[in-house]
Design a protein around this ligand. Structure first.
Ligand SMILES: NC(=O)c1ccc[n+]([C@@H]2O[C@H](COP(=O)([O-])OP(=O)(O)OC[C@H]3O[C@@H](n4cnc5c(N)ncnc54)[C@H](OP(=O)(O)O)[C@@H]3O)[C@@H](O)[C@H]2O)c1
Length: 281
């Protein structure tokens, strides 16, 4: 069997097209969606991510402002900016690009964002809403993109065995909770799991969010499984996922490539959350 390739790039483009229409409708109603992004310091990868977010916003008509602050920004300055954005009614979404310079406390900064504007879904109020199954909260964009990919390519979720490898607060844990909310039977694996390969072999839907290049091999995958690779690892100047793509595509039923799978969905979900925040106003 050769797996069907899940075209994250194409699906994300479809979502952006749908969102552009919603933005146009909201704008007519006088609710132009606004996303403000805060970038502190000069981490080159963060600068690229922020530029991509700004470009994606512009393309679908969302008003986006980037606040570029110096590496030496103080806690008070940063919290002061967040307070101002919280009170600005033209701003519907606030995103603080992580990581922050080491003298700033990321938890304190995330906690300062108004949960109603926390389109990244990292605020404890939104994490708590996901935990208790309250669909009103914002969900972290990458796991939201994973769920959307699985849904849009038509795989059944209810009652299926979903195995998530990785338990970070931004990917693994929220992904597990999202699939649980969809009535899947969910297993979470991590670095202390006794036999990760055996757990993975039970998966109808396997989600890899580990950060270990090509960890997941062909004999870890049940024939016909849907394999979603969240990993982004740079090896010899090339991007590879957490799944050994060439091997695993020989047994999986469907698989996401890296790049072009989950990556484009993350920004699409950020745009979606911003549009939702504006629509709720
Ligand atoms: N596509 C996107 O837009 C996007 C967005 C975010 C992240 N990513 C990528 O996704 C990957 C994961 O990101 P993250 O932020 O979740 O990483 P992270 O915070 O480093 O978490 C990695 C998780 O994997 C677990 N783990 C590590 N080695 C393992 C092993 N050998 N077997 C089983 N579990 C193992 C860790 O277990 P412990 O908890 O026990 O340490 C941890 O829970 C990275 O490659 C990252 O670049 C992609």
């Amino acid at each position: 069997m050769t797996a069907r390739i899940i075209d994250g790039k194409g699906i994300a483009a479809e979502i952006r097209k749908e969102l552009a229409q919603k933005v146009a409708d909201l704008t007519v109603q006088g609710k132009l969606p606004g996303l403000d992004v805060v970038l502190v310091g000069d981490n080159p990868a963060s600068a690229v991510y922020v530029r991509n977010k700004e470009k994606a916003c512009r393309e679908i008509g969302i008003n986006s402002t980037i606040h570029r602050l110096s590496e030496a920004t103080t806690r008070e300055e940063l919290l002061g900016l967040i307070d101002r954005l919280n009170r600005d009614t033209t701003v519907h979404g606030i995103l603080v690009q992580l990581p922050l310079p080491s003298h700033l406390d990321e938890d304190e900064v995330i906690n300062a964002i108004d949960p109603e504007k926390d389109v990244d879904g990292f605020h404890p109020i939104n994490a708590g809403k996901l935990q208790v199954g309250d669909a009103d909260g914002f969900v972290p964009c990458t796991p939201a993109g994973v769920l959307e990919l699985v849904k849009r390519q038509g795989a059944a979720i209810q009652g299926q065995q979903v195995v998530v490898v990785g338990r970070s607060n931004i990917v693994g844990k929220p992904a597990a909770l999202l699939f649980l909310r969809e009535n899947a039977t969910v297993t979470i694996c991590h670095s202390r799991t006794k036999d990760v390969a055996a757990e993975c072999r039970r998966a109808d839907i396997l989600i890899a969010a580990v950060g270990r290049p090509q960890l997941i091999k062909k004999d870890w995958v049940k024939p016909g499984a849907v394999v979603i690779d969240v990993g982004i690892n740079r090896v010899d100047g090339k991007l590879v996922g957490d799944v050994d793509y060439e091997e695993v595509r020989q047994v999986a039923g469907a698989i996401t490539p890296v790049p072009g799978g989950v990556g484009p969905m993350t920004i699409a979900m950020l745009l979606k959350a911003t549009v939702e925040a504006a629509a709720r106003e």
